[in-house]
Design a protein around this ligand. Structure first.
Ligand code: ZN
Length: 320
């Protein structure tokens, strides 16, 4: 009997212990479930908050940059009004609390020695290995002896998109450094030639220490025309043209493409010649090109926005 009682006691203890363990396990599972679900909700919340906080490309702001630059123009390298545009660009960089680097140099041109200034600022990437993607646009305007050339589309438009992109890229966490490069001296002073053109970009590449550190160069030139039609430039690197097409398709903006395939000489050329992947985003079919009618009447804020969004999407793809 005694034994029986002990056996019954032991059996009861075993059943009780098993039930206790099962109940604990259930509690633990429930706890885990709660933790996972809390984590998931928090992650979702964070993502939503990030999306909310992420700045959107403002077409109005880009348009205003373009107008402000045109109001200060002409921007012929070496002139006083050119200096005012330099100050405008630097001021915008400062507003974003970014460091300005200027490369001021004097170069020979057909109209004599001219002072030029390549302005850069860099938004650091998370990888911290110095690899970078360059976003570039020339801010000088073409010299005409007897004409006030404003260059709204050529190329206050490209500069305006870059200035708007500054604050957006600053809020992102890209893998690679993003360098904004405001180039001087793209325009020829007399006739376009190897020596009379692309002063700023030729100067820039002459100072590159390692071409391997530059993953890509995206150049914006003449990107503000109404109903923009981006040309397929045969001098641009094919791998970047593929990325441009991918980005444009992702955004359902393929209507922004022209059907033209042309070879364009622009500030991307010195990079391409050095073996650095570079692309020119340009709509070269422009009736008022290098005429006094290249003014704000030709500028569409929607085109500036579309090019800004395409550039951002290209950055997303290049930073994968
Ligand atoms: Zn031009």
């Amino acid at each position: 009997m005694k034994n029986k009682i002990i056996i019954i006691f032991l059996l009861s203890f075993c059943i009780f212990a098993t039930l206790f363990l099962i109940s604990c396990e259930e509690n633990l599972t429930d706890q885990n479930k709660t933790e996972v679900s809390t984590k998931y909700t928090t992650k979702e919340k964070t993502e939503k908050m990030q999306q909310k906080n992420e700045l959107q490309f403002s077409r109005e702001s880009a348009y205003n940059h373009c107008k402000n630059i045109v109001d200060l123009s002409p921007r012929v390298s070496g002139t006083e009004s050119h200096k005012r545009v330099r100050s405008y660009i630097k001021n915008e960089i400062e507003k974003n609390n970014l460091k300005i680097i200027e490369d001021i140099f004097v170069t020979k041109t057909p109209i004599g020695d001219v002072e030029m200034d390549n302005i850069t600022t860099t938004i650091k990437g998370t990888e911290e290995n110095g690899n970078k993607i360059i976003l570039a646009a020339h801010y000088d305007s073409k010299y005409f002896k007897d004409e006030k050339f404003l260059g709204a589309n050529d190329n206050a438009s490209g500069v305006a998109v870059l200035l708007e992109l500054l604050k957006i890229v600053k809020g992102k966490k890209y893998k690679y450094d993003i360098e904004f490069l405001f180039l001087d001296g793209e325009e020829a002073f007399a006739n376009w030639s190897d020596t009379d053109s692309l002063y700023g970009s030729r100067r820039y590449v002459s100072q590159i220490k390692s071409i391997r550190k530059i993953n890509a160069v995206i150049l914006l030139d003449m990107v503000g025309e109404k109903n923009i039609k981006i040309d397929f430039d045969m001098n641009s690197s094919p791998e970047l043209t593929d990325i441009l097409i991918e980005a444009t398709q992702n955004l359902n903006l393929t209507s922004c493409f022209s059907k033209r395939f042309i070879a364009i000489e622009d500030d991307h050329m010195p990079f391409v010649t050095m073996g650095i992947p570079a692309i020119d985003i340009i709509d070269f079919e422009y009736d008022d090109w290098h005429t006094k009618n290249d003014n704000m009447e030709n500028i569409s804020s929607k085109s500036l926005e579309n090019v800004g969004l395409i550039t951002l999407k290209m950055l997303d793809i290049l930073n994968k």
